[in-house]
Design a protein around this ligand. Structure first.
Ligand code: ZN
Length: 229
């Protein structure tokens, strides 16, 4: 009955300091002291799934370089150019809302300008976000239907007509990421916890609800706008 969650959590745990074998991000992972135990978690920096294993000598063996079934989600997002590290998502959403709330007259509301304004803002205020992820973030929003275009056709240079809020962008982001994953994987409600872990920082308010809504979404997956113009 090792798999009983109650028994598992009662095992004496030890916090192990390890490094992601893919990107070398330092991670702290709780691992039971009992020999043979294994735990895994997504690296918040690169999305790799890091597995740590208690050896017979009590040491820690680190494994996992995109080699498990769930790692395929992160790898797919990474390799298809739409990976955004969970730690940046909420910050990106705030910046996206802010830059267009105070947009100057004559600046068209396009995703191309959104990207430009976000990058300028992040760079000028030294916000410490990875600038290369801004494109990925906007591609996911496009796939999630965050922008309403006057004709049905969307794209990076076409002005969109809607305004957005923190909460509407949050839902659109999750919907876009799940739609993207659904182009390759079959996802069910039982995947919601792992998807939360993959996409958002631990403890994000509303994460589970947003992921469940996105999983239930049957909206058409559009690839429009995914290639940057
Ligand atoms: Zn990593």
């Amino acid at each position: 009955m090792v798999s009983d969650p109650l028994i598992r959590t009662q095992l004496p745990m030890k916090a192990e300091n390890v490094q992601c074998p893919n990107c070398e991000e330092p991670l702290v992972i709780e691992l039971p002291e009992r020999t043979g135990e294994t735990r895994s978690r997504f690296c918040p920096k690169c999305g790799n799934s890091v597995h740590i294993h208690r050896t017979t000598t009590g040491d820690v063996h680190i494994g996992g370089k995109f080699d498990g079934p769930n790692d395929d989600w992160a790898r797919f997002l990474n390799y298809t150019g739409v990976w955004v590290e969970p730690a940046s998502v909420i910050g990106f959403i705030s910046i996206a809302v802010e830059v267009f709330a105070n947009v100057s007259e004559g600046t068209e509301k396009t995703t191309s300008n959104l990207k430009k304004l976000m990058i300028e803002r992040i760079a000028s205020e030294r916000l410490g976000f990875n600038l290369s992820m801004v494109s990925s973030f906007i591609k996911i929003l496009l796939q999630g239907g965050a922008f309403q275009f006057p004709q049905s056709k969307g794209g990076w240079k076409i002005p969109f007509v809607n305004t957005f809020s923190q909460s509407s962008l949050f839902q659109a982001y999750i919907r876009g990421a799940v739609r993207r994953l659904k182009t390759k994987f079959t996802l069910t409600t039982s995947d919601s916890t792992r998807l939360c872990e993959l996409l958002l920082p631990v403890g994000t308010v509303g994460a589970k609800e947003a992921v469940e809504l996105a999983l239930a979404d049957t909206g058409k997956t559009s690839n429009e706008g995914l290639t940057e113009e």
